[in-house]
Design a protein. Structure first.
Ligand SMILES: [Zn+2]
Length: 257
């Protein structure tokens, strides 16, 4: 067994899909080849990561029955026939490639789910924070429509200085700011009024994984933008398009200053 052969089989070996004879050859190779042993460890780590991060849902009995019926039909339509010798090689290499594709697909899905999970958590947390502040009547700790009052108040209490703008001329009046905790970090929250609505804008230094642009959580819209090295997350019950345009405008204006 050489590195090439092991490389194409290592994912299936990890999943226990290799017969015992081939399995022993791979085992021997893994013991004396650090590169392939590394690949094997990567597959194991990936499997553990997917196992812990991807939600697991047992298939409902109806779905099980449907899959069983489909499989039974497939056997009837395409009866198993002996494969000619040349075909068999093609089938074998195809199987190895399919194994790689399955691993790659699992990795893509796993990573997407992990990112989605993180975004989902921040959006949910932002909405919960907004609702708590509204219900507790604790929306504003520094009340002012003057950005030169709100900004220094926030900067003095954080390890960054959030850009603050008043967009009253566009209908979004700054009414103040407060401090919150989001994603275990202290963040600046800017509070705006738009008609009868309150808009909370959480401003924090830009993250490596940007949350999705727009989400709806418990009827509240959560819109996201980046600009001026900051991450802007707006939460409100105003319509999604108004909120999106507003948060993008804030990020753009901050970036141009
Ligand atoms: Zn090797």
């Amino acid at each position: 067994m050489n590195c090439n052969e092991t490389g194409t089989l290592v994912a299936r070996y990890t999943d226990g899909e290799i017969d015992s004879l081939q399995g022993r050859s791979i085992e021997q190779h893994l013991r004396c080849c650090a590169a392939c042993a590394g690949k094997h460890q990567d597959v194991l780590a990936l499997r553990a990561r997917i196992g812990s991060a991807v939600p697991y849902f047992p298939a409902p009995p109806a779905l099980r029955e449907r899959v069983r019926a489909l499989l039974a039909n497939a056997h009837e339509v395409a009866p198993v026939r002996p494969r000619p010798e040349r075909d068999r090689w093609r089938w074998l290499t195809g199987g190895a490639l399919a194994g790689c594709t399955a691993t790659l697909l699992a990795w893509v899905v796993g990573t997407a789910v992990i990112d989605w999970h993180a975004n989902e958590d921040v959006a949910v947390e932002a909405v919960a924070t907004h609702v708590r502040a509204t219900l507790n009547n604790h929306l504003i700790e520094v009340a002012s429509s003057d950005q030169h009052t709100v900004k220094p108040w926030l900067s003095a209490r954080l390890d960054y200085s959030p850009p603050v703008q008043d967009l009253a001329s566009e209908g979004f009046a700054l009414s103040g700011g407060r401090l919150d905790t989001l994603d275990k970090q202290r963040v600046a929250t800017l509070v705006y009024r738009y008609r009868l609505h309150t808009i909370d804008v959480f401003v924090r230094p830009e993250l490596a994984h940007a949350p999705s642009a727009l989400r709806t959580v418990r009827g509240f819209n959560v819109a996201h933008a980046t600009g001026a090295g900051m991450d802007w997350l707006a939460v409100s019950d105003v319509s999604a398009d108004v909120l999106t345009e507003f948060v993008q405008r804030l990020a753009r204006e901050a970036a141009s200053q």
